[in-house]
Design a protein around this ligand. Structure first.
Ligand code: GLC
Length: 449
């Protein structure tokens, strides 16, 4: 069905009377205009969305009172801890090891460009100063300080963009169940603090609307306020495990793929270009879980990062700091090790755009203005077969749809020149040599000029 002009305008703003939105939508209007023929065009991303896509890879931090239990961020609900008992965790929350700058430094070292911190999770405790909205916050605990401020300042010092996760589901506020209108006002007042007290932020990442799917969350009011106070901030709303990739309210700037590889998005005919982001825990819990040994490997993470960038999606990798706010050593090492791979391939990872060039199986291409990058999976190591398992393959890999005439092909990691053949139909076959003995970078990237 072709949308009418009226439907289109409603779709873009989704906010009826809120005129402030008109200010931020002219690009969308200008491109799509009233020209029905352009309906199938892919819209140009708004500047904040284009910037977000270039951030590419980030850190997610789940930290709160629950971290003291070491059983994940859902402990209160999963273990059915009575509220009065759970609340006591506030009295032992010292945050004595929390150093926002240390997280930002690790992120930078890991090749990450942004961090999304749980400023308040479902338990309802705020890491920021709620300035009297509630005394269930960090300044009222033994921590005695605004931890979000520490985080933001640490990020700025390291050139990392701070994003705020904020729950919408709340196990602490009685009004969440008893007087939803009052609760929503409290939620907006809380978010207003985050929008006004910490300078310019990368975005807000909401989570929890899935807990009351039929409720009126009055999101127009919430999003309208954010657009006024932080016009350049991304608005993201986690659709949860059940509805990955679902596009919601027109003000949402990115879809989410919680723990699932993103599928390509068909943006033709969309009113607004929407980004995509996948989030993943480093083990199988988001909040610190002492007895969770089920970690993702560097291999998994490299492959997942590649799978995200293949479709232009961002990837955020989670860490659950300890009770006192320390980044656990294992995760730190994991992040840094993946970072070694990221640093080797920074140009295509941050600046490469999804390409129509098709590779075999998992192989794919990204393109920057003047270069093509081929991501080659499942290679073997070149070595003595008595020493090295000869799994995977080396040899020719054929890509379809390479229109431009190729002059050279080389591995990014060691600059080795590769043989290739190109035919008139756009088939490019690269002789993908295996990993030299002594290396295995999981996914190897060919730079083509
Ligand atoms: C889910 C969980 C939550 C976690 C989030 C991260 O929505 O409820 O605990 O923060 O996923 O994506």
């Amino acid at each position: 069905m072709k949308p009418s002009r009226r439907m289109f305008l409603q779709g873009v703003t989704g906010l009826g009377a809120l005129s402030v939105f008109a200010v931020h939508t002219p690009m969308v209007l200008a491109q799509t205009g009233e020209n029905e023929e352009k309906d199938m065009a892919i819209p140009t991303p708004l500047p904040r969305i284009a910037r977000f896509e270039k951030l590419a890879y980030g850190m997610f931090i789940h930290w709160g009172l629950y971290s003291q239990l070491g059983k994940g961020e859902w402990a209160q609900s999963a273990m059915q801890i009575p509220k009065a008992e759970y609340q006591k965790l506030k009295d032992t929350f010292t945050a004595k090891d929390f150093d926002g700058r240390a997280f930002a430094r690790t992120a930078r070292r890991a090749g990450m460009k942004y961090i999304t911190l749980t400023t308040r999770h479902h338990e309802g405790f705020s890491l920021y100063d709620t300035q009297g909205l509630s005394d269930y916050d960090a300044p009222h605990s033994p921590a005695g300080r605004d931890l979000v401020r520490d985080f933001v300042e640490g990020c700025r010092a390291e050139g990392i963009v701070p994003f705020f996760y904020h729950t919408t589901l709340d196990w602490y506020q009685d009004s969440f169940n008893n007087d939803f209108g009052v609760y929503l006002q409290y939620l907006r007042d809380s978010v207003r603090l985050l929008c006004t007290n910490y300078g310019e932020i990368g975005g807000l990442w909401f989570d929890g609307n899935w807990s009351k799917p039929d409720a009126d969350w009055q999101v127009d009011k919430l999003y309208g306020m954010i657009r006024q106070l932080q016009p350049e901030a991304m608005i993201i709303d986690n659709t949860g495990l059940g509805k990955r990739g679902e596009i919601g309210h027109p003000e949402i700037d990115s879809t989410t793929f919680e723990q699932g590889r993103p599928t390509p998005m068909d943006r033709r005919g969309m009113k607004k270009y929407i980004a995509a982001e996948m989030c993943q825990p480093s083990n199988t819990h988001w909040g610190y879980a002492q007895n969770d040994f089920c970690y993702a490997s560097t291999r998994d993470l490299i492959e997942n990062l590649c799978a995200c960038r293949k479709v232009g999606a961002n990837f955020i990798l989670n860490v659950g700091p300890t009770a006192t706010g320390k980044l656990p050593d294992y995760e730190k090492a994991l992040f840094e090790r993946v970072g070694d791979w990221v640093q080797m391939h920074a140009e295509p990872l941050y600046n490469g755009k999804p390409s129509s060039i098709k590779g075999p199986e998992e192989d794919f291409a990204l393109e920057t203005g003047d270069k093509i990058y081929l991501f080659i999976h499942n290679l073997s190591i070149r070595g003595d077969k008595n020493v090295t398992l000869q799994t995977g393959g080396a040899g020719p890999r054929t890509f379809d749809g390479v229109a431009k005439k190729i002059q050279s092909a080389k591995w990014m990691d060691n600059q080795e020149e590769l043989k290739f053949q190109q035919d008139a139909s756009g088939k490019l076959t690269v002789e993908a040599t295996g990993f030299p003995y002594g290396t295995n970078t999981v996914v190897r990237v060919v730079e083509i000029a």
